[in-house]
Ligand binder design. Sequence first.
Ligand code: ZN
Length: 460
Amino acid sequence: MKRGRLAGAAVALSGALALTGAATGAAPAPQPEATLLRFAAIVDGTGERLPGREVVVAAGRIVATGDALARRHPAARRVDLGRLTAAPGLIDAHVHITYGFCGPSRGDAWQQLLQETPPAERLVAAIDNAARTLEAGVTTARDLMALDGVDFQLRELIERGVVPGPRLFLGGTGIHPLVMPLEAAGSTAERVASLSRRAHEVAGRGAQWLKIFATTGTGADLSGTRNYDFPELEAAIKTAHERGLRVALHAYGPSVVPDAIRAGADSIEHAVDVDDQTLRAWAAAGIFYVPTIDHNRWYADHRGEFGYSTEDEAQLRAFLMRNTAMLGRAWQAGVPIAMGSDALLGMSGENTRELEWFVAAGLPPAAALRAATTDGAHLLGEQDRLGRIAPGFTADLIAVDGDPLADIRALTERVRWVMKDGAIVVDRRAGRNQIRPARYCTRSGSPDSPEVPVRPASSP
Ligand SMILES: [Zn+2]
């Protein structure tokens, strides 16, 4: 019951309202004054460099961009970001922000996650992950599977300003064989009904997304065997859409992709090896592809901690290449693409390294930036509010060292400052404070395969 109440309350909040405290019953914050930010350059989520070097924000919104804005805003507080370049706050379209990992001393990572972690401990991990995600410059994230309602609790804590973290769009506990065992689901009609029921439940808890694990595949398991048949997928997607949810389909292999297109999914996660004809249909349907390449690099780099064999690692690294090749082909075919890291189990904070694979796949840095800003905003249905540095948009900005249109690592390695909803939430410039909460557990060990490059070295 408590979980439902928290979820309901979280739904009632919007990011802007949460800052004022108005929706939570807290004392209203004093009306914020305008702030005039000055950068070396401004790069918008369109991938274009804007004329001018200044941005004025007030009440959590961007008011103006350009030059000599102090004349029109003489009372604005001034913040000089020196030689840093502004970009919109980044959007990570695929995270598991509640998944912590205490290290191998407590046994298998998946066993810990799925069976041995009590909800209170999940929340501690989630709070740590949320801070790390924000520090990476990610001001908005879509979470696509969580247990025990901890994602809703985290969202409420962030929206109330209790803990730092990105704005969250949630999928709650989706449709997964773990929570809906295949063998126990009965006849086709019963299975259709049960998937439809689950879609109702997820909507009722305050999620915006339904996640369906349409195939196997996670961790060192790179199989893409179908979990659910077309009638089941179609029923779940239809119900979700009727309830106002969008639907993300987990599909490791290509087998289920035609069904996902036919049934009207809103995004397809992970998929590799999709043939050209299907890719054309995919592009025509306007369904987003979220390739989530880099999380397999995370598993490979940390295979000792995850208990994976050297063969597992070799397969993970081979999958990275297949996934990167697929991204390049999807991009060429005109499939809309959003950046999603699949950050989980200790990976939070490395979310944006995904963009280095985008460039390795042949996308220009400007397109990679769009995937993590304007395109991510489209995926979420927030294209009029998020992902751009333009008047009327939410004041989510990052300041990076370098030119992200020339060197993607300006985004992936050199985020120095983050503003969310008009508030400075990370400041790593020399001599400044930075948020650094206590870590969840202490992950022991270090990458155990240092001979293998941990960055995409070249295009496939
Ligand atoms: Zn995932």
